[in-house]
Design a protein around this ligand. Structure first.
Ligand code: HEM
Length: 420
């Protein structure tokens, strides 16, 4: 073996080792130092039928490239035969986040105007009131100097309340929906076989929940999204009768389940990841308190610094090239957007949380055709929450070490704080 081959082999071995470190407990707790090493060793690491990307530009290139595919049902048929027997995998991979055009375009079009910037703005008052309630709840829970688990508070209040209002999910149903939401979250980390029973039950429970709610809204219509989307289904998009080519009954329920789950888990993660950054960088919290005009910067920096969604996948449809590396047809491209957000080429001192930072947009809400449908709503919820938290609790501190959870969806399982 000559020198070139030898160094290529050791590079590959290093990169493989780093990939394993990423999913090990220490890497899950803090993936950023591992990303930094992987970016140095092999920024585009092609191994087997997958390629792993850790540079900003390469991640951006794949999320914006329309010729790359999603992890679609057709792709799942190849890589995971038998997946259609699993309701949890079906509700995930048949929903439009994993569909390619024309289905993706058709399904997204039914809901895109409901989450436009101008439509979302009308929820500002509701979000402000819901946030004030949560902040009061935290204040009274911590009034005696005791510990408050922010994860517990946020998992049962703000994100679910906001999307519940938009969709028309009654608050009285929230507690029962928590278990399937947590179950479906497991699908984000690649739906490991041992978790499939939980994921399947979660998928079934959420689909049947929305089937019941749709039936109720057909009998008692309201001004909410469940009612309006059921109408699209029942009228074939205005043609007068149901038409599966416009929206099937199954797609109706999958779309509602996608929006509901996407709007809660990643949103709670952003609010907690941002709260952690404000505690870890107290001067930034003080700056935000002193100048609410820094709110937009705080939201963008929270999205960049510790992204709730750490990776986005695409499929090469034909041979292509990413970051100077030849990518064979069919390769699964995994863009570690959490790593791209810490690329020193694009963000000087990337490991510093700086709400006055200028620079490119974080990759955290993806881009291209699959740009996060809820981006405007997510930014609004965060823009109301962060200054409220920093403003009301200048002495916010950890009561004990917070417990991290998840990899592809990065958040906290518990977040104990004191507020006095
Ligand atoms: C901070 C919170 C959020 C983060 C970090 C986030 C992140 C993302 C990302 C990275 C994607 C793209 C996946 C891809 O490119 O394959 C995405 C898609 C999506 N998000 Fe969000 N999201 C958030 C909040 C929301 C909210 C509040 C909603 C509510 C409507 C939502 C609904 C969706 C939907 C429906 C898609 C699929 C879009 C498509 O494939 O066309 N998300 N989100």
């Amino acid at each position: 073996m000559d020198d070139v081959q030898e160094s290529a082999t050791s590079l590959t071995a290093d990169a493989e080792r780093l990939l394993h470190e990423l999913v090990a407990p220490e890497g899950r707790a803090n993936p950023y130092p591992v990303y930094a090493k992987l970016r140095e060793v092999a920024p585009v690491f092609l191994t087997g039928d997958a390629a792993y990307l850790t540079r900003y530009d390469d991640c951006q290139a794949i999320i914006r490239n329309p010729s790359l595919g999603a992890q679609s049902p057709a792709w799942m048929d190849v890589v995971r035969p038998g997946w259609r027997d699993h309701p949890g995998l079906r509700v995930t991979h048949e929903s439009f986040v994993f569909r390619d055009p024309p289905d993706h375009t058709r399904l997204r079009r039914h809901v895109s105007s409901d989450f436009s910037q101008s439509k979302v703005r009308k929820w500002h008052g509701y979000i402000a009131a819901a946030t004030a309630d949560v902040i009061d709840q935290i204040a009274s829970a911590g009034a005696d100097g005791g510990t408050v688990d922010l994860h517990e508070v946020l998992a049962t209040t703000l994100p679910i309340k906001v999307i519940g209002k938009i969709l028309g999910v009654p608050e009285s149903d929230f507690p029962a929906l928590r278990v399937p939401l947590e179950g479906l979250r497991l699908a984000a980390d690649g739906s490991p076989a041992d978790k499939l029973p939980v994921i399947d039950k979660a998928g079934e429970d959420l689909l049947s929940y929305f089937a019941d709610l749709v039936a109720l809204r057909r009998r008692q219509p309201e001004g909410d999204l469940v009612t309006s989307l059921a109408k699209v289904r029942d009228t074939g998009g205005g043609a007068g009768q149901p038409d599966d080519a416009v929206l099937s009954e199954e797609e109706l329920l999958q779309t509602l389940t996608l929006i509901f789950s996407a709007a809660i888990e990643s949103m709670a993660d952003l609010l907690l990841n941002g709260a952690a950054a404000l505690i870890d960088f107290p001067a930034q919290a003080a700056a935000l308190r002193a100048d609410p005009g820094l709110t937009t910067g705080a939201v963008e920096e929270a999205l960049r610094y510790d992204a709730p969604v750490q990776a986005v996948g695409r499929i090469a449809r034909g041979d292509c090239e990413v970051g100077g590396v030849a990518i064979p047809d069919g390769t699964y491209l995994l863009g570690f957007i959490g790593a791209g957000n810490r690329d020193p080429e694009r963000f000087p001192e990337p490991d510093v949380f700086d709400i006055t930072r200028e620079g490119p947009a974080p990759l955290s809400l993806s881009g291209g055709a699959h740009f996060c449908l809820g981006a405007a709503l997510a930014r609004l919820e965060a823009a109301v929450f962060f200054p409220a938290l920093a403003g009301r609790f200048p002495r916010l501190a950890y009561a004990a070490a917070p417990v991290r959870r998840g990899f592809a969806l990065r958040g906290f399982a518990s977040f104990p704080v004191t507020v006095r």
